[in-house]
Ligand binder design. Structure first.
Ligand code: 3PG
Ligand code: MG
Length: 403
C-alpha cells in the first residue's frame, strides 16, 4: 500500500487538493457534546502531515447512521469545532457534502488549510448497495480533489462511496492511522509473541463467532467474560438463571470447547459471578459460584476470584488482545471486572507485552476508568473493522488501496 508519507516524500502535494476520509464517528450526548474524542485525535497526525506539506486538505467523514438525507441530529458541525480546537488552526465547515457550500469551501482553501465536509451519509449514494448509485456520488466527491487519502480505519470494512469507490477514481494512498492499525493487527494475527492471551466479552456470542474461530487457531489462551460467557457456562451444563443466553449457539459453543481441547488452547471461563435481581445500578447484588447462579438472578460481572485468574493470565502474556467488556461497566457496582482487566493489561504493557484494545466498548471502558491511550500499545479506532480484520475477512477499503 502506498502511504500518504510516500506522496509527501515525493514532493507531490503542495497546492494539491487532498480528500481525506477520516472516521470521526464519535459518541455524543443529545445536545451534541462529544463524550469521547479519541477518533478525532487519532485523525490529527495525517491531517497535520498533509497541511505541513502544503496540501489543501478536504476532510470527509460520517456520523451515526442517518438515512441518506440531511438530519441535523447527525451534523458534523460539533466535530468540526473540536477538530479546529485540537488542530489549533481554522477548519472551514461546509454545510453540505458535494453541493455549493462544499465547492466554495474547497475553492477558497489556500495551501496548508483544512475544510471538513458535512456528514457523508446525508447522501444516499454513500452507503448504497448499488454500484451505480455509489459511483455517481463518488464521482462528485472525486471532483473536489486531486488525490485521495484513506485514513478512516473504522470504516475500511464498509463498501461505501467515500471508502471504496472514490479510491478507484483518484490517485490514492493510505493515511498514517490506517497504516498503523494494519501493522499492529498484522503482527497480532501473523507473528504474535507467546503466550498470546485474548480477552473476549460483550453481550452476544453471535457477534464474535468469526473471532473465536480465528483465535482458536492463533492464540494460546481465551479468557471469556461478559454476556457471552453465560452461553459457554450453559454449554458446560450449568444453570445461568436470568443471565443472557444464546440458546441457538449452544451446540456451536460446545464445538468450540472441544476444538480448544484438541488444539491445546486454554479457554478460561468465570468461576464466580456478580449477580443481581435486575439490570440497574442500585440492584441488590452478591457473588455466587459460576455453576450455581440462582434461577431468579442475572449475571452482571465477573467475580473477585475470576478477576484474579484473568489478571494472572494477562500478567504472563507477551501479546494481549481485548475485545468486549467482561461486565456491565456502565453501572458502577458492576465495573470491577473491566477495571481489573484494564489494570492488568496496563501492567502487561509496562513489562513489554504488545497490548491491543479492539475498539468500541472496550476502548470506551478503559477511557472511562481514566486510563490513557499511551498505557496500551494500541487502542484501535475501529471496533467492527478490527474484528473483521482479525477474522481474516477481505476489507473493501483496504483491498481497493492495494489495487
Ligand atoms: C464505527 O463506529 O464502528 C465506525 O465509525 C463505522 O460506523 P458504522 O458501523 O455505522 O458503519
Ligand atoms: Mg459500529
Amino acid at each position: 500500500m502506498k502511504t500518504a508519507l510516500d506522496l509527501i516524500a515525493a514532493g507531490d502535494l503542495r497546492g494539491k487538493r487532498v480528500l481525506v476520509r477520516s472516521d470521526l464517528n464519535v459518541p455524543q450526548e443529545a445536545d451534541g457534546t462529544i463524550t469521547d474524542d479519541g477518533r478525532v485525535r487519532a485523525s490529527l497526525p495525517t491531517i497535520r502531515a498533509l497541511t505541513e506539506a502544503g496540501a489543501r486538505v478536504v476532510v470527509c467523514a460520517h456520523l451515526g447512521r442517518p438515512k441518506g438525507a440531511p438530519d441535523p441530529r447527525y451534523s458534523l458541525a460539533p466535530v468540526a469545532r473540536r477538530l479546529q480546537e485540537l488542530l489549533g488552526t481554522p477548519v472551514t465547515f461546509a454545510a453540505d457534502t458535494v453541493g455549493e457550500s462544499a465547492r466554495s469551501a474547497v475553492g477558497a482553501l489556500a495551501d496548508g488549510e483544512v475544510a471538513l465536509l458535512e456528514n457523508l451519509r446525508f447522501n444516499e449514494g454513500e452507503t448504497s448497495k448499488e454500484d451505480a448509485v455509489r459511483g455517481r456520488f463518488a464521482d462528485e466527491l472525486a471532483s473536489l480533489a486531486d488525490v485521495f487519502v484513506s485514513d478512516g480505519f473504522g470504516v475500511v470494512h464498509r463498501k461505501h462511496a467515500s471508502v471504496y469507490d472514490v479510491a478507484q477514481r483518484l490517485p490514492h494512498a493510505c493515511g498514517g492511522l490506517v497504516q498503523a492499525e494494519v501493522e499492529v493487527l498484522k503482527r497480532l494475527t501473523e507473528s504474535p509473541e507467546r503466550p498470546f492471551v485474548v480477552i473476549l466479552g460483550g453481550a452476544k456470542v453471535s457477534d464474535k463467532l468469526g473471532v473465536i474461530d480465528r483465535f482458536l487457531k492463533i492464540a494460546d489462551t481465551l479468557l471469556i467474560g461478559g454476556g457471552m460467557s453465560y452461553t459457554f457456562l450453559a454449554a458446560q451444563g450449568h444453570e445461568v438463571g436470568k443471565s443472557l443466553l444464546d440458546l441457538d449457539r449452544l451446540d456451536l459453543v460446545r464445538g468450540y470447547l472441544k476444538e480448544a481441547q484438541e488444539r491445546g488452547v486454554e479457554i478460561v471461563l468465570p468461576t464466580d459471578i456478580v449477580v443481581a435481581k435486575d439490570f440497574s445500578a442500585d440492584a441488590e447484588h452478591s457473588v455466587v459460584a459460576a455453576d450455581q447462579i440462582p434461577a431468579d438472578l442475572e449475571g452482571m460481572d465477573i467475580g473477585p476470584v475470576t478477576r484474579e485468574t484473568f489478571a494472572a493470565r494477562i500478567a504472563g502474556a507477551r501479546t494481549v488482545f481485548w475485545n468486549g467488556p467482561v461486565g456491565v461497566f456502565e453501572l458502577a457496582p458492576f465495573a470491577h471486572g473491566n477495571r481489573a482487566v484494564a489494570q492488568a493489561v496496563v501492567s502487561a504493557t509496562k513489562t513489554g507485552a504488545l497490548t491491543v484494545i479492539g475498539g468500541g466498548d472496550s476502548a470506551a471502558a478503559v477511557r472511562q476508568f481514566g486510563f490513557t491511550d499511551d498505557q496500551f500499545s494500541h487502542i484501535s479506532t475501529g471496533g467492527g473493522a478490527s474484528l473483521e480484520y482479525v477474522e481474516g475477512k477481505q476489507l473493501p477499503g483496504l483491498t481497493v488501496l492495494e489495487g
